[in-house]
Write a protein that binds this ligand. Structure first.
Ligand SMILES: O=C(O)CCC(=O)C(=O)O
Length: 219
């Protein structure tokens, strides 16, 4: 964050022609790379997704104290078979945990079964919805695994000085179709992950290009 790498990473996605690839991929940072294929995480993902899944992307952020909420949305990306039964999972890593000094996460159980666009509930902002589950207290180093099609929202922390909120999200897709990449330079990113041996020789599909379509810019 202090060296502007997060900003460079966003700029590379927002304006790939003007900025080119970021100077450092998130997964090149030693602890981020380790987190992508952390063995206990891989074991749990294999239970949820089966033995064959591919890494989709990772974002990393140190959110400023008092950061606003993020309206209800889901993060499921389409695949070229338009097969909604193929699963995508997001791992939300809360490095400093969650408590009243940082914003909370609310999820809407069952909402992953609706076939709605990512922003179909955005007009509700971060409002409390019937049946929601609020996750507002987690110890440091916690990970929440979400079916990516599940609607969720970040709620701002109650007023106060607050604390920085350390948040890394990484996502993974079942193989069986080609998924839409969200980063223009996804090929280089996967190549670097392979070069670094992040899959530890255990997960042959984890960084394989063949599971993706070409990048197209989304609005
Ligand atoms: O900040 C959070 O806890 C969740 C953020 C989120 O919903 C997202 O990045 O898609």
């Amino acid at each position: 964050m202090d060296e502007g790498l997060r900003a460079r990473s966003i700029a590379a996605c927002a304006d790939p022609v003007g900025h080119g690839p970021p100077p450092v991929w998130e997964l090149e940072l030693p602890h981020h790379g380790e987190l992508v294929a952390h063995r206990p995480l891989m074991r749990t993902l294999a239970e949820l997704l089966g033995p064959s899944f591919v890494f989709h992307h990772l974002h990393s952020d140190r959110q400023r104290p008092g950061i606003a909420g993020k309206p209800w949305h889901h993060d499921y990306e389409p695949n070229d078979r338009a097969d909604p039964s193929l699963l995508m999972v997001h791992a939300l890593h809360y490095l400093g945990g969650l408590d009243e000094t940082v914003g909370s996460l609310a999820v809407l159980p069952g909402s992953h079964r609706e076939s709605l666009g990512k922003g179909a509930l955005a007009h509700l902002g971060t409002a409390a919805l019937p049946g929601e589950v609020v996750i507002d207290r987690l110890p440091p180093g916690s990970t929440v695994l979400l079916n990516s099609a599940l609607f969720h929202t970040r709620r701002a922390a109650p007023a106060g000085p607050g604390h920085p909120r350390y948040f890394v999200d990484a996502s993974y897709c079942q193989t069986g179709a080609r998924w839409r990449p969200v980063k223009p330079f996804w090929r280089q990113m996967l190549a670097r992950a392979r070069e670094l041996g992040l899959a530890d020789g255990r997960w042959p599909e984890l960084f394989a290009d063949r599971h993706f379509t070409e990048y197209t810019r989304t609005v």
